[in-house]
Ligand binder design. Structure first.
Ligand code: NDP
Length: 496
C-alpha cells in the first residue's frame, strides 16, 4: 500500500487511467520510499487529451478575458490555502528543503495573481492609419493548444509560468509533467479544477519524455511547445517540433557565475554564494556553479566560504534544520560524482566534499556532500558543463575585464552576478555580461515572476517565460484594419 493514490491522467475534466495499463514508481529521494505510482501513458492517451483540449479551446477563447481571469484569482486563493501541504508533497518527491518548497508554491501564487491581472490588460496597440476614414489596431489572440513539458526541479513554479499565461490568453493546455514529480502536478491540477476551470482547458498526461513528450512534438493538434529542461532535450525538441512548424519556446541549462571583485563586501558575497550554489542542492537552472574572484581577494573569500560550506546540514528536506536536501535520483548522484572525479583528474584542487554521503539514514537517500573546487581553469570541463549538483568551481582572475571574459566564456547564458562597490564597473557589467539575467550584489537565483526569465546562447531560443514576455509565446498578433470611407483606398499608392 502506497502513501498516495495513483496519479492518473486528467483529460476533458476527468481523471483517467492510462490506456497502456502501465504505471511508474514515484520515489522519495530522501529515503527511497515509493510514495505512489503515476500513469505511464502512451500516444493514445495524448490523442485523447489533445482532442479534449481542441474542443474546450473553441469555447474558452470566446469567454471574455476578465472572466477567464476570475479562475486564476481562485487558483491563487486555493494555492494559498494549500501552500503548506503542497510544499510538503513537493519536498517529499523531489527533495528540496521545505522552506524552498514553500517559496516555490508562493511563486505559483504570485504568478496566478499577476496573470489574473492580464485578464484586464492583454494590451494590443491602436495606431493611426495613413489613410483617411480608416482605423488600425493589433490585438492578441490565443494560439490554440499549448503543449507544456516541464522538469522536476521546479515542478509547480515552472508549470505555473507556462500554464497561467497560456490559459488567461484563451488557449487550452496539454501538460506532460516530469515523471519524478507527479504528485505536485496532480495537486496543481486539482486546484485548477476546484477553481472552476472548464473541462478540457487543462489536460495532464503523465508519461515518459521519449514517449508522451515525443508524441507531442509530432501531434498536429498542438500549436506551441513550451519546454524547460536540459539543452540536449531542448535541441531535440526544437528540431522535431520546428520541422512540424510549431512555435517552440525553450528554457534550458546554465553554467552561472558569481563574480567577486576585490572591493566587494565578502561576507555578503559568501551568503549569496552559499544560497546560490547549494540551494535546491545545486539543481536550479540559475544555480551558481562558478565563482570568479579577483586574485587578491581569493584567499580571504575561501577562508570565509569553506567553514560555512562545511557547516551546511545535509538531510531530509522535511527537517527544518536541514540546509541541503538530496539530489533527485541515483543517476544524478552518479553524474555529479563523475564530474568530481573528472575535476580531480583535470588538476583542480578539491577543498571540501567530493563524495556521496551514506552515514546513518543518509544511506537510504541520494545525498552528495557540498563540494568546493579551487584552482579551476576556465577551460576545464567542470567549469564548462552543467553538473546540476552541489559542486562549486572557484576561479581566480587578474582583472575585471578577465572576469567578464570568463563569465561569458561558456556555451550557456542564463544568469550572472557581480559583487562590487564600484558603480562604474556595475554599469559595465550590466552591459557586458551576456546572460538573460544579471544580479548586482545578489546571487544568481531569486527571479521575480513579473520580469522576463530566460537566457542567451545554449540556454534559450529567444523566448522568455514570466512577466509580459510570456504572453508573446502564447498569443498571436492579429492586425485589423477597418475602412469606413466607403471607397477603395490603396495604401502606399493613393496617398503618395
Ligand atoms: P530532460 O530535459 O530530459 O527532461 C525535462 C522534461 O523533458 C521532462 O518532462 C522529460 O520527461 C521531458 N523529455 C525527455 N525527453 C523528451 C523528448 N524526447 N521529447 C519531449 N520531452 C522529453 O532533463 P532530465 O530531467 O532528464 O535531467 C537531465 C539533466 O538536464 C540534468 O542533470 C540537468 O543538467 C538538466 N536539467 C536542467 C534543468 C533546468 O532547469 N535548466 C531542469 C532539469 C534538468 P521525463 O523526464 O519525465 O521522461
Amino acid at each position: 500500500m502506497h502513501r498516495f493514490e495513483p496519479c492518473l491522467n486528467f483529460i476533458g475534466g476527468r481523471w483517467r487511467e492510462p490506456k497502456t495499463g502501465q504505471y511508474g514508481d514515484n520515489v522519495n529521494p530522501a529515503n527511497g520510499e515509493v510514495l505512489g505510482v503515476w500513469a505511464r501513458s502512451g500516444p493514445d492517451d495524448l490523442d485523447d487529451a489533445v482532442r479534449a483540449a481542441r474542443e474546450a479551446q473553441a469555447a474558452w477563447r470566446l469567454v471574455p478575458a476578465p472572466e477567464r481571469a476570475k479562475v486564476l484569482r481562485r487558483v491563487a486563493d486555493l494555492l494559498r490555502d494549500r501552500k503548506d501541504e503542497i510544499a510538503r508533497t513537493l519536498t517529499m518527491e523531489m527533495g528540496k528543503v521545505i522552506e524552498e518548497a514553500r517559496g516555490e508554491v508562493q511563486e505559483a501564487i504570485d504568478m496566478a495573481e499577476y496573470m489574473a491581472g492580464e485578464g484586464r490588460r492583454l494590451f494590443g496597440q491602436t495606431t493611426p492609419s495613413e489613410l483617411p476614414d480608416k482605423f488600425a489596431m493589433s490585438v492578441r489572440v490565443p494560439v490554440g493548444v499549448v503543449g507544456i513539458i516541464t522538469p522536476w526541479n521546479f515542478p509547480i513554479a515552472i508549470a505555473s509560468w507556462k500554464s497561467l499565461p497560456a490559459i488567461v490568453a484563451g488557449n487550452a493546455v496539454v501538460w506532460k509533467p516530469a515523471e519524478e514529480t507527479p504528485l505536485t502536478a496532480r495537486a496543481f491540477v486539482e486546484v485548477y479544477q476546484e477553481a472552476g476551470l472548464p473541462a478540457g482547458v487543462l489536460n495532464v498526461v503523465f508519461g515518459d519524455g521519449p514517449v508522451v513528450g515525443e508524441a507531442m512534438l509530432h501531434h498536429p493538434g498542438i500549436d506551441v511547445i513550451s519546454f524547460t529542461g536540459s539543452t540536449e532535450t531542448g535541441r531535440h525538441i526544437a528540431s522535431r517540433a520546428g520541422a512540424n512548424l510549431k512555435r517552440v519556446s525553450l528554457e534550458m541549462g546554465g553554467k552561472n557565475a558569481i563574480t567577486v571583485l576585490a572591493d566587494a563586501d565578502l561576507d555578503l558575497a559568501v551568503d549569496a554564494i552559499l544560497w546560490s550554489a547549494y540551494g535546491t542542492s545545486g539543481q536550479r537552472c540559475t544555480a551558481a556553479s562558478r565563482v570568479i574572484v579577483e586574485r587578491e581577494a581569493e584567499e580571504a573569500l575561501l577562508a570565509r566560504l569553506l567553514p560555512r560550506v562545511q557547516a551546511l546540514r545535509v538531510g531530509d528536506g522535511l527537517d527544518p534544520a536541514v540546509n541541503v536536501g538530496p539530489v533527485i535520483h541515483e543517476e544524478a548522484l552518479a553524474k555529479i560524482d563523475r564530474y568530481v572525479r573528472l575535476g580531480v583528474d583535470e588538476g583542480a584542487r578539491l577543498l571540501t566534499g567530493g563524495r556521496r554521503l551514506t552515514e546513518g539514514p543518509l544511506a537510504r537517500g541520494f545525498y552528495y556532500a557540498p563540494t568546493v573546487f579551487a584552482g579551476v581553469r576556465p577551460d576545464m570541463r567542470i567549469a564548462q558543463e552543467e553538473i546540476f549538483g552541489p559542486v562549486l568551481c572557484v576561479m581566480a582572475v587578474d582583472s575585471f575585464e578577465e572576469a567578464i571574459r570568463v563569465n561569458n566564456g561558456v556555451r550557456y547564458g542564463l544568469s550572472a552576478s557581480i559583487f562590487t562597490r564600484d558603480v562604474n564597473r556595475v554599469f559595465r557589467a550590466m552591459r557586458d555580461l551576456d546572460t538573460g539575467i544579471v544580479y548586482v550584489n545578489a546571487g544568481t537565483t531569486g527571479a521575480e515572476i513579473h520580469l522576463p526569465f530566460g537566457g542567451t546562447k545554449a540556454t534559450g531560443n529567444g523566448h522568455r517565460d514570466s512577466g509580459q514576455a510570456a504572453l508573446d509565446v502564447f498569443t498571436e498578433w492579429k492586425t485589423v484594419y477597418v475602412d469606413y470611407s466607403g471607397r477603395l483606398q490603396r495604401a502606399q499608392i493613393d496617398n503618395n
